[in-house]
Design a protein around this ligand. Structure first.
Ligand code: NAP
Length: 327
């Protein structure tokens, strides 16, 4: 543990699920979507995260078409007792059809997908298994019911869902306890606060906010101008030139607040999330994504920062002014 950092608090996923550091690590960008990847640096980043008290590591079967799970495998195996590994099923894209974003919640797909993830990760049990997206053609009784069978079979320890509605969350939880809900939540994406967060709070479900840094947008007004040519975000609405300037203008407000506090804009965004979660009485474990060690200490240090009322009031209207839908 680094002595210069406050200890990362530990929280349960769900009422009695795995105990994890209150900030996790999003590993997606280590294999795909966000520009150049570097396996050596990625592995060093995983090790350093654990050293800093981060224990929840987030991947999915579709990140890098399985490559992200394979990348994490030696790390997870080496620290099996300390690492809480979360992965997801749902997307059916393959190496032959990488741009086919079809989904399946069918029981036979779930049973096949979990075995593939376990094989790539090289472990016997996945700590947290998420449905990456719900498809309404399969009743929750069948999809969550199949996930519950995986718990009984010892293949999975705890269950999670991504981006479901308040009603779906409640219904799924009645079928089998849901430990974690992973949905987008940040200064710029606050839809979850209306109906879903109150239900999660009342049921004791931990929210795992993904893209807490707005996919990089919330790390500084200049961020979008630095994207590499093979970066998927170049195609995302919020990063389009017609929206870029207006959104950068909003981020400049965050830059100013952060400067006045002597912290980075990314830290301000992460502190906002923790403060907002406290206001809503919901437990959160945000999973900022990074491919490099240099960012880790900065992000982890923000997990225990609390913003004051004036800062929260300045930030509150920004989400409504963002240009472009989130992708
Ligand atoms: N369930 C879902 O549908 C879903 C969807 C999207 C993502 N996710 C998960 O959520 C995780 C996080 O989301 P995300 O990666 O899309 O977005 P994010 O965490 O909001 O932002 C990641 C971006 O911010 C940069 N960054 C991180 N820390 C920084 C810092 N301190 N200063 C400056 N830049 C910083 C990263 O660049 P560097 O790598 O260069 O540091 C990367 O470009 C993913 O890794 C994935 O595991 C889930």
């Amino acid at each position: 543990m680094h002595s210069s950092l406050p200890t990362l608090p530990r929280v349960h996923l769900g009422v009695d699920g795995p105990l994890v550091g209150s900030q996790g690590l999003g590993c997606m960008g280590m294999s795909e979507f966000y520009g150049a990847t570097d396996t050596t640096e990625a592995r060093a980043t995983l090790e350093q995260a654990l050293d800093l008290g981060v224990t929840l590591f987030d991947t999915a079967d579709m990140y890098g078409l399985g490559a992200n799970e394979s990348l994490l495998s030696p790390f997870v195996k080496a620290h099996r007792q300390r690492v809480v590994i979360a992965t997801k099923f749902g997307y059916t894209r393959t190496a032959e059809r990488p741009d086919d974003w079809s989904l399946s919640n069918r029981p036979e797909h779930i049973r096949h997908a979990v075995d593939q993830s376990l094989r790539r990760l090289g472990i016997d049990t996945i700590d947290l298994y998420y449905m990456h997206r719900r498809t309404p053609d399969v009743p929750l009784e069948d999809s969550v019911g199949t996930m519950a069978e995986l718990v009984k079979a010892g293949k999975v320890r705890a269950l999670g869902l991504c981006e479901v509605s308040a009603e779906e969350l409640r219904a799924a939880h009645a079928i089998h306890p849901i430990a974690a809900l992973q949905s987008e939540w940040s200064v710029f994406s606050r839809q979850i606060e209306q109906a879903v967060a109150p239900v999660a709070s009342s049921l004791g479900i931990t929210i795992v906010p993904y893209a807490p840094l707005g996919r990089g947008l919330l790390t500084g007004a200049a961020f979008g101008q630095r994207l590499e040519t093979d970066d998927s975000r170049r195609h995302f609405p919020r990063f389009q030139p017609e929206n870029q300037a207006a959104n950068a203008h909003l981020v400049a407000t965050l830059d100013q607040l952060a400067k006045a506090r002597g912290i980075s804009t990314a830290q301000l965004a992460l502190a906002w999330l923790q403060t907002r979660a406290r206001q809503l009485d919901v437990t959160v474990v945000p999973i900022p994504g990074t491919r490099r060690r240099a960012r880790l200490m900065e992000n982890v240090a923000a997990a225990t920062l609390v913003l004051d009322e004036r800062e929260m009031a300045v930030i509150a209207p920004l989400a409504a002014a963002v240009q472009g839908v989130s992708l």
